[in-house]
Design a protein around this ligand. Structure first.
Ligand code: GCO
Ligand code: MN
Ligand code: MN
Length: 390
């Protein structure tokens, strides 16, 4: 029986805000006492995580003085060194403080937009100081409840201006940082601009430094929109834009759940892991999830271990899928080689066009070709249920 112990090479990371979540929800007060960032690092090291990510204010309170900030950061760096954890990603909290009640970069108030740049530049400095190479932008409040209040074109322009400004700031400082934009369709706003991975990918191409900018897709966010997360990730990968990923779980049509990875839609999680491992995704596998509100810190540890363990079990299942002779024989049958059309993947050529233009096709023969997807999918189910183990 494999141990499913996480290794550094798995690049499993958690946000300070994930294991540090205190179980507050819109209807109820916290169920867990807060624990300090150094204690959270020790918890993460104990469960076997490789790294930690943070918002500026997960570590440094928003009202800290410069000398308090320096002391907190010094202590945190010492605990990183003590635990061996790395900090590969950082981000800005542009949603908690009431100043951001109408968003940050898209706020209708120019002073709020300027403050957002100020706060993000400081947070970028902090991230770089901690060794981050990816900087995430989640525009939680970049949206609206009333379309009478905010202009979507102007908001997109403001978002673009802010990202151009901050890309240029990083270039100016000589920071080697890549930006990963994280779409979400709603919550906490009624509608958030750039709601899905597809929207974000299109938007990135309108920036001044598109090569510096990619996406940070999150399972829960595409599920909230009723979309296939793996397909979104595949499109990001195809565009060379999968800079980071937020793993958690979420049922369609529910509130923003942030469940433990694989807790709700296991088949989707399997195909996602099979995809990531298949293409050789080499970035962080970041869990942006939190334990149930009913959990104590013992159960929070079980939650964190569970995220990683499920990923590793699904990775093994993906390997099994790739080695299963019956499954592979079915796949070979489905993707059978057709020599007459082998040149189709070389794109347009006049001869190919003329040949295909002239050729007669037997539609009935095409339609009669068997596609044993039922058998294939049932074998996948049985593999996941553990009844195909040799
Ligand atoms: C959410 C988001 C956030 C972001 C985080 C990092 O739904 O609240 O997923 O957790 O990922 O702010 O930018
Ligand atoms: Mn989320
Ligand atoms: Mn997220």
């Amino acid at each position: 029986m494999p141990s499913y112990e996480p290794q550094a090479s798995d690049k499993f990371t958690f946000g300070l805000w994930t294991v540090g979540n205190i179980g507050r929800d819109p209807f109820g007060e916290p169920t867990r006492a807060p624990i300090s960032p150094p204690e959270l690092l020790r918890l993460l090291a104990e469960v076997g995580a490789w790294g930690v990510n943070l918002h500026d204010n997960d570590l440094v309170p928003i009202d800290a003085t410069p000398s308090e900030r320096d002391r907190i950061v010094r202590e945190f760096k010492a605990t990183l060194a003590e635990t061996g954890l790395v900090c590969p990603m950082a981000t800005t909290n542009l949603f908690s403080d009431p100043a951001f009640k109408d968003g940050a970069f898209t706020s209708n108030d120019a002073r709020v937009r300027a403050y957002s740049l100020h706060k993000t530049m400081h947070a970028i400095d902090l991230g770089v100081e901690l060794g981050a190479r990816v900087y995430v932008f989640w525009g939680g409040r970049e949206g609206a409840e009333s379309d009478a209040a905010k202009d979507p074109i102007l908001s997109l322009q403001r978002m673009r201006d802010a990202l151009n400004f901050l890309c240029q700031y990083c270039l100016d400082q000589g920071y080697e940082l890549r930006f990963a934009l994280e779409p979400k369709p709603n919550e906490p706003r009624s509608d958030i601009y750039l709601p899905t991975v597809g929207h974000m990918l299109a938007f990135i191409e309108t920036l001044e430094h598109p090569a510096m900018v990619g996406v940070n897709p999150e399972v829960a966010h595409e599920h909230m929109a009723g979309l296939n997360f793996m397909h979104a990730v595949a499109q990001a990968w195809d565009a060379g834009k999968l800079f980071h990923i937020d793993l958690n779980d979420q049922l369609f049509g529910r509130y923003d759940q942030d469940f433990r990875f694989g807790a709700a839609m296991l088949r989707q999680a399997f195909h996602l892991v099979r995809f990531l491992e298949g293409v050789g995704y080499a970035g962080s596998r970041h869990f942006d999830a939190h334990a149930y509100r009913s959990a104590d810190y013992g159960d929070v540890r079980a939650f964190a271990r569970g995220c990683m363990r499920t990923y590793l079990i699904l990775r093994e299942k993906a390997q099994q899928f790739a080695e299963d002779q019956e499954i592979q024989a079915l796949l070979a049958e489905i993707h059978h080689q057709d020599d007459e059309f082998a040149d189709l993947d070389q794109g347009y050529r006049r001869e190919t066009a003329q040949r295909i233009h002239r050729r007669a096709f037997d539609r009935h023969a095409l339609a009669a070709r068997p596609l044993p997807y039922e058998r294939l999918d049932q074998l996948t189910t049985e593999l996941l249920l553990g009844v195909r183990d040799g």
